[in-house]
Design a protein around this ligand. Structure first.
Ligand code: CA
Length: 340
């Protein structure tokens, strides 16, 4: 009798174990599939759908540290930093070696203005992974937030150098449409477009350039002639952690000569920025070139290592500051990813 019972029991156990490991494997695959789906929505900036897929992954596998980490990242993207911190805490409870979760929690603290906690988290991320370039960059931003500008600059340099220790930087394709104004204003958006014109007499390459003149002279038709921010821009959806180089060629004639503290710069800035200083955190604070003034023949202005700290829409801007007098010409813009 015992023998008869024993055999079916063993067979049953074998069948059960096989079935059970099948269920576990299927669950792991399902959780991974949900994470991948969430990541796809995250990359598109659809944080709500991303969060719902990460949550599904966590229902299947409640100890999935990456799912907590990525859901926290999506909350960061939505500006819900407290929920984000809570998710990063859970990710780190499960896996205390997850450098990304320290880094991301540091980002959340930065956005909350808690720079000491941010620096401490970036330190931990860098202890685990000393070649974590964006952690250097963001620790730099946290130091900048605290007013410790020397440490900030040192970290920016480390981040840039570490990402490319020896080799020259490889660049992705130019993302700008109509970068040399050969098809006029096409592809560009403008604020106070009447100050801009397409020029065929002063040109670097091709047949045309963009001309901007007399920003200091009020437009009598403007409802606010005293202020009048002039601007030209193109918008791009950029992903957190990527680094870009922005640049163009300009020629100056008497720029900023009579209007104090005015000049021309180009910048890579978040579209519809939140109130300062949060916009500083969206892109490396050095995402704008210095102000250029005076009279100079065609020369290249460029800003390298612009690190995107938050997946979002950003503008490449022709960004005159302080309504400068004089004439400026622009040609051959570029925005290129610095490839890892
Ligand atoms: Ca041109």
């Amino acid at each position: 009798m015992r023998r008869l019972i024993f055999i079916p029991y063993a067979v049953l156990m074998l069948a059960f174990t096989t079935y059970y490991s099948f269920v576990i494997e299927a669950a792991v695959e399902d959780a991974q599939a949900c994470l991948a789906q969430g990541n796809a929505y995250f990359a598109k900036g659809d944080y709500d759908r991303a969060i719902s897929f990460y949550s599904k992954a966590l229902e299947i596998n409640p100890r999935y540290s990456e799912a907590y980490n990525n859901r926290g990242g999506a909350y960061n993207g939505k500006g819900q930093y407290d929920q984000a911190v809570s998710d990063f805490n859970k990710a780190l409870e499960i896996n205390p070696k997850l450098a990304e979760a320290y880094y991301n929690r540091g980002l959340a603290y930065q956005h909350k203005g808690q720079y000491d906690q941010a620096i401490s988290d970036h330190n931990k991320a860098l202890e685990i992974n000393p070649r974590y370039a964006v952690a250097y960059n963001n620790r730099g931003i946290a130091f900048y937030g605290k007013g410790q500008h020397d440490q900030a600059i040192s970290d920016y340099n480390s981040g840039g150098l570490l990402a490319n220790p020896y080799a020259s930087v490889q660049l992705g394709p130019n993302l700008l449409a109509n970068p040399g104004f050969e098809s006029g204003f096409n592809g560009w958006s403008f604020l106070h477009q009447n100050y801009f014109s397409i020029d065929s007499s002063v040109v670097l390459n091709g047949s045309y350039s963009l001309r901007l003149a007399d920003c200091n002279i009020p437009d009598p038709n403007s409802p606010d002639p005293g202020y009048q921010t002039k601007r030209a821009w193109q918008s791009f959806f950029l992903t957190e952690g990527k680094r870009y180089r922005i640049g163009c060629w300009i020629k100056l004639e008497g720029v900023g000569q009579t209007v104090p503290n005015s000049g021309i710069r180009i910048s890579l800035m978040r579209s519809s920025p939140p109130p300062w200083p949060n916009n500083n955190l969206a892109i490396n604070v050095l995402g704008a070139t210095q102000l250029f003034t005076g009279t100079q023949d065609w020369f290249n202005i460029e800003k390298r290592h612009c690190v995107v700290n938050q997946t979002n829409t950003y503008d490449v801007r022709i960004d005159p500051h302080g309504n400068p007098d004089g004439i400026m010409w622009f040609d051959d813009f570029y925005l290129q990813e610095e490839l890892p």
